[in-house]
Design a protein around this ligand. Structure first.
Ligand SMILES: [Zn+2]
Length: 287
């Protein structure tokens, strides 16, 4: 009996909470009639992207999808123009972006400059809005981007194109639209989300990501400088002279300048190389 009463009171609390959130959403969003519209949109709050960043998003997505007529409308929604007008690009990326633009959810592009919580980009918590009067419902999903992080990546040009702004936004759209998840541990290779993104990379003939979890190591120089570097591996396999050849690539970044991700190391261990150059290896998840 006691348990049943507890469940009943929990249900009541849940209902009241839901009501509060709905009413809160209603009163806060009355001024924006497009709250219940789906698609990919520039944020409407303090995280909104500036003109220059919107341009970077358009250039990044155009390079991966090949779409020629993309833009943002007066309300900040991404529009694709003529969807049959594309040059090059990945078909998988085009379908993903079309589904994102046509999605019933609102995917909001947010800028989080120099954020330690946003390493390149990640998907924020979703919020459900419910209009009590019209019964309309919509999910808002923030795509949080730290534009400054991309300039701090190091690696050959071709592999940087595998992990740039356009590819990173597509990664977040795979989460938001396809509902695929990242790898949850370092033993699983890349996870469902990155496996999907690797299809896009393959179509663009770009190196594919080999693991989801970034490896990090601390380098201590003889004069005492300490630099913690994170590293991701990529590979591209193709036929050359009748044989399958695989090229491997690495990208890296200074963890103190960019960050290492939400899930800090759970498996830190010392794998010291030599006394002169000790290395501390740890792992972290990146968007
Ligand atoms: Zn992810």
């Amino acid at each position: 009996m006691k348990r049943a009463a507890a469940i009943r009171s929990l249900l009541v609390v849940g209902f009241l909470l839901n009501l509060f959130v709905s009413v809160y959403a209603e009163t806060n969003l009355q001024s924006d009639p497009l709250t219940y519209s789906g698609g990919v949109r520039n944020s409407t709050d303090r995280h909104r992207l500036k003109e220059k960043q919107l341009k970077q998003v358009l250039e990044g997505l155009a390079e991966k999808t090949g779409f020629q007529e993309m833009g943002f409308d007066a309300n900040g929604f991404l529009i694709l123009g003529d969807r049959t007008n594309f040059v090059g690009g990945s078909a998988t990326a085009r379908h993903l972006l079309m589904d994102a633009v046509d999605s019933p959810s609102q995917l909001l592009l947010e800028h989080h400059p120099n954020s330690s919580k946003v390493v390149f980009a990640n998907l924020g918590k979703s919020t459900q809005y419910h209009n009590m009067r019209t019964k309309a419902r919509v999910e808002h999903l923030p795509i949080r981007i730290d534009f400054s992080d991309f300039g701090k990546l190091m690696g050959p040009r071709e592999v940087l194109a595998s992990f740039d702004l356009g590819m990173t936004i597509l990664h977040e759209l795979v989460h938001g639209v396809r509902k695929l998840h990242d790898s949850v541990n370092e033993w699983e290779e890349v996870g469902d989300c990155e496996r999907y993104v690797n299809t896009i990379r393959k179509e663009l003939r770009l190196p594919e990501r080999q693991q989801y979890v970034a490896r990090s190591h601390t380098i201590i120089s003889p004069v005492g400088w300490t630099i913690k570097m994170a590293e991701l591996q990529f590979a591209r396999t193709d036929f050359r002279n009748g044989k399958l050849k695989t090229d491997e690539f690495k990208i890296s970044w200074d963890v103190n300048r960019v960050g290492i991700g939400d899930q800090e190391s759970v498996n830190t261990k010392i794998t010291a190389a030599t006394a002169r150059k000790p290395e501390q290896k740890s792992t972290a998840a990146v968007h």
